[in-house]
Ligand binder design. Structure first.
Ligand code: GMT
Length: 377
């Protein structure tokens, strides 16, 4: 198949999933064309069958805000025609689904039929999607999609509860490529640069937005550090960075908190970690948790959204109620109390992560592409 994939290029989960999917589809012999405003962070230039098309954003003095959706739709029309694409797969509804709908309508007027598949990722429904300013367009474009997928059962439920959905939503969970982990290909990292032998390493990786509740990470770490020797590594960057740095500076364990900034290959950090903390107030799936688990790192997270589908509770880690810091500290200490217990959790985390192997997930997308092609609306 000749597939166009639209995504955000950043390190956010939807961009990672879209790019990894593109790479895997190219490996299966499909011709894949990734379309975004910047080359996605995980794009692989040397992969045969994988191509990149950049959406150029025009700026004119008249525009306070450049109309990205319009230039994206125009680009989609051009790429569908020049590359003879069979279908479009857009990741994150806003504004990718509406741009795809516009492109499809334009192409239809020219006698070209192209289906589009929309994958809902999370905040496009649970956060941005709840904003009334987007509601009518998102609802329409989800319903007009030839196929709609959600990355968890929980997100499907949220979508049905938030919008007037008349279309079917198929759940296709996010995935992991186990072969990318534990290969040593991501470069060396010395545990001793971050912690002493007797210290546990706690990590958190995110885009530092409010929804991730990083102050809770610092509180949980403080509780752990009061009981056992430990270090906290905070990976990523985003709007909350300044306030988090201030909180860390004021902490009684300030000298045990390290900020790395954005790290392109989080597996380097996971390879030296003992525990991953993700106390988000909303998490449709929790790809960051899955990435930790495949690297044998157990998770302390919140019992909401798609997290129970990914982490489960009591084996690969523990899920606690939102904001229940005392419980998170107690559960973290339970995992970290001895090397034997920690190793049991590490093994379980890895086992559970393997159930999300891309080998099991990719055929589901291929089948949905076939379905979209068979029933071109
Ligand atoms: O919230 C993020 O970290 C970014 C966002 C995105 O779309 O890039 O993540 C959402 O999609 C990920 C991939 O499907 C999911 O793993 C995340 O759980 C989801 N984030 C939220 O629901 C807050």
């Amino acid at each position: 198949m000749r597939i166009g994939i639209v995504c955000y290029p950043t390190l956010g989960g939807s961009g990672i999933v879209a790019t990894e999917l593109g790479i895997a589809l190219a490996e299966r012999g499909h011709e894949v064309h990734l379309i975004s405003y910047k080359k996605p962070v995980k794009f692989n230039d040397s992969k045969s069958g994988l191509h990149y098309h950049e959406v150029e954003i025009s700026t004119y003095p008249l525009f306070d805000y450049s109309p990205y959706e319009v230039v994206l739709a125009s680009k989609l029309v051009d790429v569908v025609k020049s590359e003879n694409l069979d279908l479009l797969h857009v990741h994150y509804a806003i504004p990718h689904a509406s741009a795809a709908f516009l492109a499809k309508t334009i192409l239809e007027a020219e006698g070209i039929k192209i289906p589009y598949i929309t994958t809902l990722h999370g905040t496009d429904i649970t956060l941005v999607g709840r904003d009334n300013a987007f509601r009518s367009v998102i609802t329409f474009c989800i319903n007009a999609s030839d196929v709609v997928t959600a990355v968890s059962d929980s997100l499907k439920k949220d979508t049905l509860a938030t919008f007037d959905i008349t279309n079917e939503i198929e759940v296709v969970h996010n995935f992991i490529c186990p072969s990318n982990y534990g290969t040593g290909n991501v470069g060396e990292i010395n545990r001793s640069d971050y912690a002493n032998d007797d210290e546990r390493i706690i990590t958190h990786i995110s885009n530092f937005r409010k929804v991730k509740r990083i102050p809770d990470v610092i509180k949980v770490f403080t509780g752990i550090a009061k009981e056992i020797p430990a270090k906290l590594i905070l990976v990523g960057d985003g709007p909350e960075m300044e306030s988090i740095k201030k909180l860390a500076d004021e902490s009684e364990f300030a000298d045990r908190i390290v900020f790395t900034g954005v790290v392109k290959d989080p597996e380097r950090i996971h390879s030296i970690s003992d525990l991953f903390v993700l106390p988000s107030e909303s998490e449709s799936f929790g790809l960051a948790a899955l990435e930790a688990m495949i690297s044998r790192v157990p998770v302390i997270g919140t019992n909401l959204g798609g997290m129970p589908e990914v982490v489960g509770s009591g084996k690969s880690g523990f899920l606690c109620e939102l904001g229940d810091i005392d419980d998170m500290i107690a559960k973290a200490l339970e995992i970290l109390k001895s090397d034997d217990t920690l190793n049991v959790f590490k093994d379980e985390a890895h086992e559970k992560a393997l159930t999300f192997d891309i080998i099991n997930i990719l055929p589901k997308y291929e089948a949905l592409y076939e379905k979209a092609l068979a029933g071109r609306k």
